[in-house]
Design a protein around this ligand. Sequence first.
Ligand code: KG4
Ligand code: ZN
Length: 359
Amino acid sequence: MKILGIESSCDETAAAVVEDGERVLSSVVASQMSMHGKYGGVVPELASREHLRAIVPVVREALERSATRLPDLAAIAVTMGPGLVGSLLVGLTYAKSLSLASGVPMIGVNHIEGHIHAVILEARRAGAPVEFPALALVASGGHTHLFEVRENYVYRLLGKTRDDAAGEAFDKVGKLLGFGYPGGPVIDRLAPHGNPLAVRFTFAKMKGNALDFSFSGLKTAVLRWVETHDLEAETAVRRAFLRDNPAPTVEQWLSVTPQRTLDLVASFQHAVIHELLTRAAASAELIDARSLIVSGGVACNSGLRTAAYASRLPYPVHFPSFGLSTDNAVMIAAAAFPKLARGEFSGLDVGAQANLTLA
Ligand code: KG4
Ligand code: ZN
């Protein structure tokens, strides 16, 4: 049973064909990253326009590469939220027209559920399926959530960020220090060159739900540090450098980044990882989890992966491969597979929901 997945919630236009919820027959991702990089973040109007340009060729390529014709499909799965409404609408409207023209039923998918299914798909394919209940940490540019995942994909929200998402914190600090957008990948590559214990960031104690996150204070603390240590001049040098070299190597970044800034970067990343993992471990303990799933763009972070494996948790930890950590359509098709089995189709009247929640 083949499912075509379509994803357009943020700045990636993606399509994929997945068979039986686990065999990836094709996966195409057209990223707009370099375009938004110039503006230091995703510009919603530009994103929708790029999705419009990319959606038809991207879907066609995913079908062609998997040698699939529309009538071969059991369903068309599409992200219906959360995300940028203009971006979501492009994928959703296209999925509706394909469904209407071909008679193949449509399944609306929650983007966050997609991130969780990226891990479930790969674990199943590797012959070591995720055991339930699982604790899922979804950390990306738009979300930082902790979910209990029970058998049959029933979700319970245990904690979430009250302000910035973890990826957003990486992006804001990256921008603040002149490393461009997105900040996560650059900080990840530079952090091993600094001392993670050089700057001690403290977090205010959470009132209410102790499993919630807050990253805006950390960003402000980094800003303070930049101001009190006069880092503005070197930041300006990096900004100018980035204008001339759109994709610097680590060596090039190191040549324009003094040790004290590398220490700041390493300490910032260390603080984010510590926050993510302590709350994930506490949540897992609370629900007696039999596995931990980490997904979303921040799951690409090598420091997070190393720390998660090194912490010797009493249950297996699952990370997706890099390609399935950031936004893609394989995860959308995978999340739709159990819904197909249950006959949970969406009508053509379903709308894009910018703030769609999973639980
Ligand atoms: O899942 P994703 O592609 O899109 C959203 O749904 O937001 O995640 C993108 C986010 C960005 O904030 C980016 O900085 C972050 O994931 N990211 C990383 C890394 N790679 C991407 N953060 C930390 N370390 C990385 N290696
Ligand atoms: Zn995402």
